[in-house]
Every structure is written in C-alpha cells, then in structure tokens.
Design a protein around this ligand. Structure first.
Ligand code: B16
Ligand code: MG
Length: 219
C-alpha cells in the first residue's frame, strides 16, 4: 500500500531549470564556453559540481581549473542563481501541483523532497508549500547523485517507510532511473520518449492525478 510520495523539485513542483540555465550561461560566458538549451537538458537533476564538470568537458576545459577554482566557480554560479530565484512565489508552482499536494495530504499520504538542489528548502518556502512536506533529503549528505537511488531510498527512510510503500515523481531520465533502482513506483513528467522507463507518465503536471497514480501503483 502506498503511504508516501517522494518528489523531485525542478521540473516537477516548479520550473527552476530556466534560472539554472541563465546562471550557468553567465558563468559559461566568463569561462569562454558557449552552450544552448539543448545541452542544458543534460544538466537537469545533476548536482552543482557535476553540472560544472559537464560544462567544462563540453568546452574542452576539464583541466583548465584547480579543484579550489572549480569550487569558487560553482559558488559564483550559485550566487547568480540565488539572485534569480529571489522573487519565486506560489504563482510559480507548476499547473495542478498545489491541488495534488493538498489532495495527497488529505489522503494521509506523507511527502518527502528528493531534490539535488541545496536551495530546495528556501524554494519550498517561497512556493508556500514547505508545511505540506514531512521531510527534505539534504543533498549535502549524499555520496552519489541521481541516477544512483540513494536520494530516493533516503527520502523513504526519512518518512519511516519502505521504498515499495512510496511513489517517486521525476522529470529527468536520471531521476526515473534512480526511482526504479530504489524499488519505488515511478511517475514521470515529460515526453513519452524521455519517460519511457517510468511506470506511469504524463506529459504535463496538470495531468497528475492521485487516484490514477494509486490505482496504477497497486497493480
Ligand atoms: P543547486 P532537481 C537539480 O534539481 C537541478 O535540476 C539541477 O539543474 C541543479 O544543478 C541541481 O538541482 C543542483 O542545484 O545548485 O541549487 O544545489 O531536479 O534535483 O530538483
Ligand atoms: Mg527535476
């Protein structure tokens, strides 16, 4: 029986991908690395340091900086990003999410956040939904990023549930891989092609429906 939902943040609850993109672009400009939105897709769900490594590799500059310089570059990106997310408000919740979360709470289902973002808590607060979440996994405590299942296993653990008692919701391929490997029922938001490994998929958050998900997870 499903007793908990473990949510990704970016692309599921709100769309912060555009702000990550703008902040990485700004840093890319300073490093002499240009990239577009197509390349940016590869950064979704990937941690800050791993994203920087991917950008450097893309620009053939993996060895251009020391580890300390890379940390300073990632911090610089985060300072820009934090400025961009200052004005996030409940209006930035993706379609249907507010209703979905309230319906889940009314059904006594526990909620956890499993986001790679260290800015997750402040974003939940600005979105006005922090009180609906029972727990937030701290990405700083993790050894492996998505597609490793660690973050979803930890989410279930923090809810006091087994992974098979939880549903995981994701928009990134690496995220669906992580949910499946954790042994949870996976719900994907995105195209049929990118969400082909999901147990259930919808193309838009407005199509997420508690009854449909619980029925599919029970079968
Ligand atoms: P931060 P998610 C991820 O969020 C983003 O998709 C990814 O682009 C970002 O690099 C990562 O969080 C880390 O974010 O720099 O704020 O710690 O999709 O896992 O909710
Ligand atoms: Mg995401």
């Amino acid at each position: 029986m499903i007793k908990g939902f473990v949510f990704d943040l970016d692309g599921v609850l709100t769309d912060t991908a555009e702000y990550h993109y703008l902040a990485w672009q700004e840093l890319g400009g300073k490093m002499g690395i240009a990239f577009d939105r197509v390349f940016n897709e590869q950064l979704k769900g990937i941690s800050r340091m791993d994203s920087l490594e991917r950008i450097l590799k893309y620009g053939n500059k993996s060895r251009a900086y020391t580890e300390d310089e890379k940390i300073a570059l990632a911090n610089e990106k985060n300072e820009d990003y934090k400025k961009l997310i200052t004005n996030i408000s409940p209006a930035d919740l993706l379609p249907g999410i507010s209703e979905l979360l309230k319906e889940l709470k009314a059904a006594d289902i526990q909620l956890a956040l499993a986001s790679a973002s260290k800015n997750g808590p402040i974003i939940l607060k600005r979105l006005g939904i922090e009180n609906l979440f029972d727990t937030i996994v701290d990405p700083a405590c993790l050894t492996h990023g998505k597609p490793d299942p660690e973050i979803f296993i930890k989410g279930a653990e923090q809810l006091g549930l087994r992974p098979d008692e939880c549903v995981g919701v994701e928009d990134a391929e690496a995220g669906i891989e992580a949910i499946n490997a954790a042994g949870m029922f996976s719900v994907g938001v995105g195209s049929k092609e990118s969400m082909k490994a999901a147990d259930l998929f919808v193309t838009d958050t407005s199509e997420l429906n508690v009854r449909d998900i619980l029925t599919a997870a029970a079968n």
